[in-house]
Design a protein around this ligand. Sequence first.
Ligand SMILES: [Zn+2]
Length: 208
Amino acid sequence: MKILAVSDQVLDRIYQLSTSNHFQGVELIIGCGDMPYAYLEYLVTMLNVTMYYVPGNHDPKYDPQQKDACAEGGTNLDLKTARHKKFLIAGLGGCIRYRPDGINQYTQSEAYARAFRLLPSLLLNRIQYGRALDILISHSPPLGIHDDSDPAHNGLKALNWLNRIAKPRYHFHGHTHFYKRNLESPETTIGLTKIINVYPYKIIEVSH
Ligand SMILES: [Zn+2]
């Protein structure tokens, strides 16, 4: 399955790319946060495929009553799981808390508490399909992987833990930008999981 994953930055070029055949064959769009919802809506309209996204720290707080707090045509997968073309997918939005009043920001223990809420569905997946998860979508990176030492860009430990227990094949995240101090590769494999920094976008073929 061919995936278009986007994160953190609007590329003017993406508008041209989507009208040419650059995204031909894409079967799923993944949004890893900090993207204007109008941009996500544009992509989903152009490509006419399923889209799952999680909110980042620059996105509005999710409120089902408020139309501009979600991207129409897509599904906010924060704290949820889904099954798409036999792939088991889960989402965990937000990043580390670096401002007391910050939106979609969590302390390490708050992030753990949120990740625990995915456990029942992951367990059900294991019973039903023999595995807990294929694809994890988050805004933040895990701690120590593609993250940075400044207070806003520390990774979330809860994501290291989720990868350890759910063993997804792929983990897509955003939030850290590689033009900054962070010069390591945007792809790191830990155990069975390929962790991919999506910023600003990636086209990836995933297989079972
Ligand atoms: Zn962010």
